[in-house]
Design a protein around this ligand. Structure first.
Ligand code: GTR
Length: 333
């Protein structure tokens, strides 16, 4: 009898312990689910329009996953310069980045077709293309290089700025001009007879200041926000390229996420675009006003045919596949 009671008591104690452990662990798991923390690298400062787009994207992802996925934005090159960041995204050490497609073209060559000089008639034309099946095919295609293309951001048009006066393409002959780490941009600058100097973005200011280079090229917001306008005061609005910005994820990171969360991330990126474009328009105006208030020589061209003619050989040199993409882009109304 005693033995039976003892056995019953032991069983009861074990049962209650198991129940406690089970019940307890269920509540703790719910309460203590750790969010997945992912990192996004951005080259620009915290208040730059692309960074504001990144923040919007991160905010939407966090909201729509009820805090299960948190994306931390590391702006101002905290995780490195663009080329190094792209490499790290490719092997999964960084989860996301927002970059210009110029350096990304070294990893996915077809991007060259999207960044040819004087390709788009204007910003609207570029957005028609990016929002069409052409843009979608590029976002999907970049998976071949181990990236997931999420969305496009605005980046205006790039123009040259140099230390010396400039009014025509011939003023660029022999000048040392910094370009992004992109073969296409090297070719573009060489088409004007300048000497291309590929260099990370963060080194440009002091390179101009110390005379290592004579100038560079970029859009209004970058010319202003980097302070390059202080050291290369002649800005000629030749608008030689519109280079889309892109938000990408590492395929290695993406593959670890559930299909449901992947869809949330994709949609959040798309839903951040309007906000980024609006921030772009505002900051472009702020930049123009600030540069003009600084007394820089800004030359607006009424005719850029000489500039366009100089880069024509680049089209002839494109391979047949990319030439076909160019034809499709030009046909978009
Ligand atoms: C900016 C672009 C950056 C970076 C930079 C550069 O317009 O937003 O991502 O590519 O140009 O010239 O390096």
């Amino acid at each position: 009898m005693k033995k039976k009671m003892l056995l019953c008591m032991v069983i009861l104690v074990i049962m209650s312990m198991t129940a406690f452990a089970g019940g307890g662990s269920e509540t703790t798991t719910e309460e203590e689910v750790e969010p997945i923390i992912l990192r996004l690298a951005e080259t620009h400062a915290s208040d730059y329009p692309t960074t504001l787009g990144d923040y919007k994207f991160a905010e939407l992802v966090e909201e729509r996953t009820d805090g299960r996925i948190v994306i931390e934005v590391f702006h101002s090159k905290q995780l490195g310069e663009e080329k190094a960041v792209i490499e790290q995204v490719q092997f999964g050490a960084i989860d996301f980045t927002r970059v210009s497609i110029s350096p990304l073209a070294a990893f996915y060559k077809p991007f060259d077709a999207l960044q040819m000089p004087y390709l788009y008639r204007n910003a609207d034309h570029m957005w028609q293309v990016l929002n069409s099946s052409i843009g979608d095919e590029f976002l999907a295609g970049v998976e071949d290089a181990n990236f997931i293309g999420l969305c496009w951001y605005e980046s205006g048009a790039r123009s040259f700025y140099v230390k010396t006066p400039i009014t025509s393409p011939s003023d660029l002959v022999g000048l040392k001009i910094r370009v992004q780490e992109s073969a296409l941009m090297v070719g573009l600058v060489e088409s004007f007879g300048a000497i291309a100097q590929p260099m990370p973005f963060g080194e440009v200011y002091s390179a101009i200041q110390t005379g290592v280079i004579d100038g560079a090229e970029n859009n209004w917001p970058s010319y202003y926000s980097t302070g390059h306008y202080e050291v290369a005061t002649n800005y000629i609005i030749d608008e030689h390229t519109r280079v889309p910005e892109i938000l990408i994820a590492s395929k290695l990171t993406f593959d670890k996420i559930s299909a449901e969360d992947q869809a949330i991330i994709m949609q959040a990126a798309k839903d951040s675009v309007d906000y980024q474009r609006q921030m772009w328009t505002e900051f472009e105006k702020v930049s123009m006003d600030a540069v003009e208030a600084n007394g820089n020589v800004v030359t607006i061209l009424s005719d850029n045919s000489a500039w366009q003619a100089a880069v024509q050989p680049m089209y002839d040199a494109l391979d047949a596949e990319l030439q076909a993409v160019v034809v499709k882009i030009r046909a978009v109304k």
